[in-house]
Design a protein around this ligand. Sequence first.
Ligand code: IMP
Length: 430
Amino acid sequence: MSNIVVVGTQWGDEGKGKVVDLLTAGVEFVVRFQGGNNAGHTLEVDDRQFIFHIIPSGILYEDKKCLIGNGLVVDPEVLLEEMEGLKKAGITVGPERLSLSEKAHMIMPYHRALDLAREAAKGKDKIGTTGRGIGPCYEDKITRSGIRAVDLTEPDVLEEKIRTNLQEKNFLLEKFLGASPLEAEPILDHYLAMGKTLAPYITDVSVELDQGVKAGKSILFEGAQGTHLDIDHGTYPFVTSSNPVASTACSGAGVGPNQIHHVLGIVKAYTTRVGAGPFVTELNDETGDFIQETGKEFGATTGRRRRCGWLDLVVVGDSVRLNGLDSMAITKLDVLTGLETLKICTGYEVDGQMVHQRPASLGKTEQCKPVYKEMPGWKEDITGAREKKDLPQAAVDYLSAIEEITGVPISIISVGPNRIETIVVKLPGS
Ligand code: IMP
């Protein structure tokens, strides 16, 4: 199979985990390239539910190699907990199955403390972060004071970095944010101990992938979050601190652009977002409640209730361009079953004009009014559909409208949470 990048086209939580799981069967490597444990992939396999925050979900396949790329910020405590949880579920996670890039940045306790204290200080203007220390860790990467996985294996380097960083972080925490300072020794001891356990897993992921490609193996690049949470292209400042767009697969895993053969965008059949920020098609009514409850729209990482709304093809259209989508996977189509009328947002009206791209200005985006195409819904249970022809005509029409408006073919349709509840129109990259 070809090398495929899977990205979210909305605000994350599009159901990437299930599609990644499906495509994993055809590859040898599954690699994550950005984000951290702000992500949460929920997978249902044979009535068992697995939630992954940092380890690629490909770990459920015994013969696959999972890799955590240099573009991630990794909380080693969460990584070790996740490895332990998998072991308890009978899934072996040794270095032959999992690699951690030596260049990935480590989330430290002061990153979590700063994330929480800053959000508290912002009050009503908070971003609604996951509180996992993601932003502060990426900040340190950019200011060149970050701690990388390789540093966990070099005690002198680690000690020097923790002490230097704490001088500044404690000043901020105590004097500016009114939070408690942290001590260096316990952090150093804890991170050194975790470094010992993780040492066999810490490798050069870029070299490993290169060797694999040369041996004819294929790679699945597993994106986290979604395009509209992208630090450059998202609804700034209500975004995450990484670039979830497809091109990051290259810089965040250490491969060249010529290694990407297919970009698959995951599109939830409606829209959700957690955290604050503009959401033009949000439904604050009983239809929104219906979607939230039927779709079980609670965050896998924080348990927060997700905001719900109609499918917004301005949002998806931006993602088509920003990611260079080759095909789309439509997820959670079954959640819409039972709604009398469905609406698809095809443009925004702002200042008396129609626009088809989300404005960069936050104020302007908040003024945007959705322009909808209305379509009839369907009442039939579609979870048993395994081919497109098994779907009611109204569902087929809904999908056709998405393809027509975005200009991108649909390769996969998910009609339920389980692995088998899927229609594969054309296997991406085949
Ligand atoms: P952070 O990534 O924790 O800094 O949070 C920044 C914003 O991104 C918040 O609105 C979060 O709710 C959102 N966010 C981060 N990760 C995810 C995700 O995996 N799915 C959906 N939203 C996310």
